[in-house]
Write a protein that binds this ligand. Structure first.
Ligand SMILES: NC(=O)c1ccc[n+]([C@@H]2O[C@H](COP(=O)([O-])OP(=O)(O)OC[C@H]3O[C@@H](n4cnc5c(N)ncnc54)[C@H](O)[C@@H]3O)[C@@H](O)[C@H]2O)c1
Length: 346
């Protein structure tokens, strides 16, 4: 009976993700033989002896593991700050490399790419998890089949649990921080769905501009994220998510027309509100009621002229920003610092 060849692999890093990988490699990957596990943290040898098959050799030294474990490939699941040197070292030793995202904490990745490209017989994979998720793959097939039409925008979120212990703040010294550690997934999946390598006049230039505001949008330290579009085919959607430290409220998610679900050969569906008039049908009754009460009973307004002015001013500044490719700052009188002539609509 012939036995299929198995890839001899060493796993480096055995903590949060590494421990999960170790079990999968040991028991759920018929084409991989986990020959070694390595971690520099004391106590890791006990964990490996307890949870991994006896055939898996433990190493406390990374170089020793790469050179002497008999592995053809390594999976690097260590702290991000260690990725770049470990990738380069493994490639230099002739090993195939799989490394958890992100490739590094700084912009030194070109060196890694050059090295990997110079060793075309060695494989190098950084597996972004969304690309390997069955649902994302199903959506990608829809994109490729053309059933969604021409793709022009993508929208993602990545919202982790609040951690009162401060772990993520400490972790950020090794992880690269929230953009590099977490946002890299969103950037990757955006690139994946938006086919950013196509239709380029300069094949080297995929990116025009990025901007991140963090908690700086409003002077009170709070932030608003908005996606505007006029390309839906299912109807009108208007969702607002209000994010608090104890919970989030999501208003009009999916914006269903009513509470009827249709279950048929297409799956579970609901009709979307066709337009803003249907979604806000109650609002256009309530605002008239308030107005009557305000006029007749001298009640206070819940939406002041000042609210209307400020919202319009911010929206105008956003329009200027998108047309001119610049961020707009506001002065101490809360006036946008822009050239008036450029915001005049054509
Ligand atoms: N969805 C995803 O793709 C996903 C999810 C979680 C983590 N990750 C990535 O996986 C990596 C590991 O994450 P984690 O949460 O398991 O980290 P972790 O900090 O919990 O574990 C890292 C382990 O690596 C060990 N280590 C550090 N330097 C080493 C070295 N030079 N040699 C050997 N061992 C070393 C540490 O002792 C520790 O046990 C990170 O880069 C992270 O960004 C990816």
């Amino acid at each position: 009976m012939s036995t299929q060849p198995r890839l001899k692999l060493a796993l480096i890093g055995l903590d949060r993700l590494g421990a999960i990988r170790a079990r999968i490699l040991s028991f759920q990957q018929p084409r991989i033989e986990l020959v070694a596990a390595c971690d520099t943290k004391s106590g890791s040898e006990v964990w490996a002896a307890t949870y991994l098959p006896p055939s898996v050799k433990f190493f406390a030294d990374t170089e020793d593991c790469m050179k002497n474990s008999g592995a053809q490939a390594v999976l690097i699941s260590t702290a991000t700050a260690t990725h770049a040197p470990l990738i380069c070292h493994a490639l230099d030793l002739g090993l195939h490399v799989m490394c958890e995202k992100p490739i590094s904490v700084g912009v030194i990745t070109a060196e890694i790419l050059t090295k990997a490209a110079s060793k075309p017989r060695q494989k190098f994979l950084v597996p972004f998890c969304r690309r390997y998720d069955d649902s994302y793959q199903a959506a990608k097939r829809m994109v490729e089949s053309g059933s969604l039409g021409q793709i022009h925008a993508a929208e993602t979120t990545c919202l982790d649990q609040q951690d009162p212990t401060g772990f993520f703040v400490t972790f950020s010294t090794q992880s690269g921080g929230i953009f590099v550690d977490m946002g890299v997934h969103d950037v990757d999946i955006g690139r994946y769905f938006l086919d950013v390598k196509s239709e380029l006049t300069n094949p080297k230039k995929q990116v025009n501009r990025v901007i991140a505001m963090g908690q700086q949008a409003f002077a009170n330290g709070k932030v608003l994220t908005t996606h505007l579009g006029r390309t839906l085919t299912n109807g009108f959607e208007g969702m607002t998510r209000v994010c608090g430290t104890k919970g989030h409220s999501v208003i009009n998610n999916n914006s269903p027309l009513n509470r009827v679900e249709i279950r048929d050969s297409y799956g579970v569906r609901a009709a979307t509100t066709p337009d803003a008039f249907a979604l806000y049908d109650k609002s256009i009754i309530n605002d008239l009621s308030e107005f009557a009460d305000v006029v007749l009973d001298d009640n206070p307004l819940t939406c002041t002229p000042d609210d209307a002015y400020e919202a319009a001013e911010i929206a105008t500044a956003l329009q200027y920003s998108v047309r001119n490719g610049v961020p707009v700052y506001f002065d101490d009188n809360c006036l946008p610092i822009i050239e008036a002539a450029k915001v005049t609509c054509p």
